[in-house]
Design a protein around this ligand. Structure first.
Ligand code: PGA
Length: 255
């Protein structure tokens, strides 16, 4: 079954009001007329209003980098699914390794976020991936399986219908050292197979992005791999020309 690729920009803790408008204007110009790939950006939530306004009428979808499990009430500092929906955000990153590390988010807590997003009709972009030490110890598959099973155990495999998984080996994030296409493909095939063991239909449609030092020079080769359905892009998503090259590479490779 043909899966439509998704290339998503994760701006992380970068930007300003002016930067948000400028980058989106650049993306709209660079991506006009490009079809065959879904595109989304996740600016800091502070700038969702600017981004929503700048994206009006474009094909680029809005996303966010995190969400809380609670919808309303006394939860100081948190942002709900309803608030993200209010700004038209659709693709919501959860379980990014930076949040797992700096905010001690557990697999079970992330599964609750996944549930909250499904409940709200938003698309979870579940980040998974092993550390360098885990990789060297041969634990990549074990770690990815555990992170996926937390969602399957809580919600059932059907929760991955319409959802996105981003395989992001931690050693490749922001290091300039991407996984090779063959390395990434092997893990993506494992992830899809792991889901297929529960439901082939769910596995066939789930989008599995690769993330970790994807750039305009290495994207095309990554997208030649059958189980790589796009990318979650950090650093290279902050420049419109580089991000556009990645989107165009996905559109070209998958159509
Ligand atoms: P990077 O980040 O592209 O800068 O490596 C990817 C990510 O963390 O989502």
């Amino acid at each position: 079954m043909a899966r439509r690729p998704l290339v998503m920009g994760n701006w992380k803790l970068n930007g300003s009001k002016a930067f948000t408008k400028e980058l989106i204007e650049g993306l709209k110009a660079e991506l006009a007329g490009v079809n065959g790939c879904d595109v989304a950006i996740a600016p800091p939530v502070m700038y969702l209003a600017e981004a929503e306004a700048a994206l009006a009428g474009s094909q680029i979808a809005l996303g966010a980098q995190n969400v809380d499990v609670n919808v309303q009430g006394a939860f100081t500092g948190d942002i709900s699914t309803a608030m993200l929906k209010d700004f038209g955000a659709k693709y919501i990153i959860i379980g990014h390794s930076e949040r797992r590390t700096y905010h001690k988010e557990s697999d079970e807590f992330i599964a609750k976020k996944f549930a909250a997003l499904k409940e709200a009709g938003l698309v979870p972009v579940l980040c998974i991936g092993e550390s360098e030490a885990e990789n060297e110890a041969g634990k990549t598959e074990e770690v990815c399986a555990r992170q996926i099973d937390a969602v399957i155990n809580a919600l059932g495999v059907e929760a991955f219908n319409g959802a996105v998984i981003a395989y992001e080996p931690i050693w490749a994030i922001g290091t300039g050292k991407s996984a090779t296409p063959a390395q990434a493909q092997a893990v993506h095939a494992f992830i899809r197979g792991h889901i297929a063991a529960k439901s082939q239909a769910v596995a066939d449609q789930v989008i599995i992005q690769y993330g970790g030092s994807v750039n305009d020079a290495n994207a095309a080769e990554l997208f030649t791999q059958p189980d790589i359905d796009g990318a979650l892009v950090g650093g290279a998503s902050l420049k419109a020309p580089a991000f556009a090259v990645i989107v165009k590479a996905a559109a070209a490779a998958k159509n």
